[in-house]
Design a protein around this ligand. Structure first.
Ligand SMILES: O=P(O)(O)OC[C@H]1O[C@@H](O)[C@@H](O)[C@@H](O)[C@@H]1O
Length: 407
């Protein structure tokens, strides 16, 4: 039975975003009873903590049998995204395929030559548990990452596989960094990614600095996350990443906007969008909606009755022109310039975020931090509790034979 009290706060929002709800820190924190703002601000601390926790675990046995044939990262939701992050940080020249697996178990071909990384913040998602079980049964090397004391840990123990415990203090989606670092360090133990201690420290510092810029007490004119959230309010966000790394960040933004702010979002790679979905800019919610706008009206006043697209372009730019990129950085840059021009010509508003930092990991962090906060501010501007999502809990209750409490 669905308990109508569970997360009922999440259904009490306002259809039109109210900027004044973001002005007062105390009220805002009161509207975030689950502490999602605090949990998101802990991203830098999560990086440091999980790096320290991973360092205590002996991962050498992962590499004992040499380079694996393939690596499968198994998990759902945020845990699943860590597989895309590992594969992007490893880059296109990685000699071993890294495959994200988001359904129960592992692909049929997985066997003794492969490595399975089972990830679950709660340590109990059926997808990660079934993957760990299947990996052990098929003799694949296994490493499990998630909540200490969970079923996943017990399963790793039974399989004599390493387990990296990541304490669970918030819903999975606010634990991205706590899960990502151990996955990358498992990849490093396998010789597949170059992530240095300095990269980790700099990434943590960047996440701290971005959390400071996006803190609840900072007003919207100095807070990039509030500004981004208010720009997206009432729109259908379309988020395109200029490179594989920026595309991972774009998908992450779509996930957090959907789960926290409950916005429908389209996200993907600009390379692919440019061959199809870019046509949205010409359509009912794009140029056609904009051309009906009164040209004499105040540009800051939006007509709430018109649904319009809002484009967010996440630009990477690459670390340097000789990067191990799929495509030359110059091609990606030209494409990003082009889509901004197209949006401009049609009056479709566009936000641009550009990656910064000296390592792939830090650059990813620079494209994730502000959007993560923006998804929370957009929820709060609509009077929505960013943590309690009744539809998610109810979906679990209706589809799971076992009752589940926490998301
Ligand atoms: O990381 P675990 O705990 O396996 O959760 C995996 C996913 O489960 C879903 O039900 C949601 O709660 C997601 O936010 C979460 O990422």
């Amino acid at each position: 039975m669905v308990n109508p009290l569970d997360g009922s706060v999440g259904v009490n929002g306002h259809r039109v975003a109210d900027e004044s709800l973001l002005n007062d820190e105390k009220t805002m924190l009161g509207n975030d009873p689950g502490g999602m703002l605090r949990a998101t601000a802990s991203a830098g601390a999560q990086v440091r903590e999980s790096a320290a926790l991973a360092a205590e675990v002996d991962l050498s046995m992962l590499a004992d049998e040499g380079r694996p044939r393939a690596v499968v990262v198994a998990g759902i939701g945020t845990a699943g995204l860590t597989g895309s992050i590992l594969s992007t940080v490893a880059g296109p020249r990685c000699p071993v395929p890294i495959i994200g697996h988001r359904s129960a178990g592992v692909p049929g071909w997985v066997g003794a030559a492969d490595v399975v990384i089972a990830v679950s913040a709660s340590g109990r998602s059926p997808e990660a548990l079934a993957a760990a079980e299947a990996a052990a049964r098929r003799g694949a090397r296994l490493v499990a990452i998630g909540n200490p004391g969970s079923e996943l840990e017990a399963m790793a123990e039974r399989a004599r596989a390493p387990f990296i415990g990541v304490p669970r203090r918030a819903p999975a989606r606010a634990t991205l960094w706590g899960l990502t670092i151990p996955v990358l360090l498992a990849g490093r133990a396998l010789g597949l990614v170059k992530v240095t201690e300095a990269d980790i420290a700099e990434t943590a510092t960047r996440l701290d600095n971005d959390a400071e810029r996006c803190r609840p007490a900072a007003d919207s004119f100095v807070n990039p996350a509030k500004e981004l959230a208010l720009g997206l309010a009432g729109s259908v966000p379309v988020i395109w990443g200029s490179s594989p790394l920026a595309t991972v960040a774009a998908r992450r933004f779509a996930d957090t906007l959907a789960a926290n702010a409950r916005y429908p979002v389209m996200a993907g790679a600009l390379g692919e969008a440019g061959r199809g979905r870019v046509g949205l800019l010409d359509g009912v919610f794009g140029g056609l909606a904009e051309s009906s706008r009164d040209i004499f009206a105040d540009p800051d006043e939006t007509d709430e009755s018109v649904t319009r697209l809002r484009l967010v372009v996440l630009r990477d730019g690459g670390l340097n022109p000789e990067d191990d990129a799929d495509e030359p950085v110059a091609v990606e840059e030209r494409r990003a310039d082009a889509v901004q021009t197209l949006a401009d010509q049609r009056g479709v508003r566009c936000d641009v975020l550009t990656a910064e930092g000296g390592s792939t990991l830090e650059r990813l962090a620079s494209l994730v931090a502000v959007p993560d906060f923006a998804s929370l501010y957009l929820a709060l501007a609509h009077g929505l509790d960013p943590m309690a999502v009744p539809a998610i809990s109810e979906m679990k209750e209706l589809s799971n034979p076992m009752p589940e409490g926490i998301q």
